[in-house]
Design a protein around this ligand. Structure first.
Ligand SMILES: C[S@@+](CC[C@H](N)C(=O)[O-])C[C@H]1O[C@@H](n2cnc3c(N)ncnc32)[C@H](O)[C@@H]1O
Length: 213
């Protein structure tokens, strides 16, 4: 036997089996999130379609908003992301935490997320599946597609229907007055950033004591 072999640390059969089991479980966990090394929940994994007014948050902003939602929703809380798919994706990256989340979206490409995807068109704000009960979400996060009062007013109908109380709205700074009028939300200090520079200034608005100030 080579002398060098004595220096190689040896694991007991028991430890080796436990380690193999750990790696197998880890692979299975990752396997539900990845396909050929691609994280299906990463922000930007579904490309922006400007025809649908899609402007994704920067990774940092999506994380901030997702963390805010988790804290606001509380343990075992329910979160609804309305026209805010990046926040949904960020939340799913942290799926080990104790919350549940749905994504209400017009773009059917997001149906890859299975039962958590709910088709949504703000033009029919209350045309929602029957199992989506009124006031059943601890927090609703919404980023309506257009900077118009009509779009905000209709999206606000959906938000008010879904929320138990807490609302986190992201939209243009120019919508401050209308946001207060339709949802009773106030502007936050936190400035959301997008992956591309936008001509319009965006802000977050809340109706509760949030971590965004
Ligand atoms: C300004 S983007 C907000 C996205 C957000 N910044 C993010 O990163 O998740 C508007 C969103 O509204 C969605 N949308 C477009 N048309 C819609 C419609 N008719 N009803 C509801 N949502 C719509 C877009 O697909 C997009 O996700």
């Amino acid at each position: 036997m080579d002398d060098d072999d004595d220096d190689v640390p040896q694991l007991s059969a028991h430890t080796l089996a436990a380690l193999q089991e750990f790696y197998l479980e880890q692979q299975q966990r990752e396997g539900t999130k990845t396909s050929q090394g691609f994280n299906q929940y990463s922000v930007g994994s579904i490309e922006e379609n400007w025809q649908l007014s899609q402007f994704w948050y920067s990774d940092e902003t999506a994380s901030c908003l997702a963390n805010e939602a988790i804290v606001a929703a509380g343990k075992g809380g329910r979160i609804a992301c309305v026209s805010a798919p990046s926040v949904y994706q960020k939340l799913k990256e942290q799926d080990d935490k104790d919350f549940s989340v749905v994504i209400l979206e017009y773009d059917r490409r997001f149906s890859v997320y299975g039962e958590e995807f709910i088709f949504y068109d703000y033009n029919n704000p209350l045309n929602l599946p029957e199992n989506l009960l009124p006031h059943s979400f601890d927090i609703v996060i919404a980023d309506p597609p257009y900077l118009s009062e009509e779009c905000l007013q209709k999206t606000a109908e959906t938000i008010r229907y879904l929320t138990k109380g807490k609302i986190l709205l992201c939209t243009g700074a120019v919508m401050e007055e209308q946001a207060a009028k339709h949802l009773g939300v106030k502007i936050c200090k936190f400035i959301p950033k997008h992956s591309r520079n936008l001509a319009n200034e965006f802000r977050c608005y809340v109706n509760y004591a949030s971590g965004l100030d």
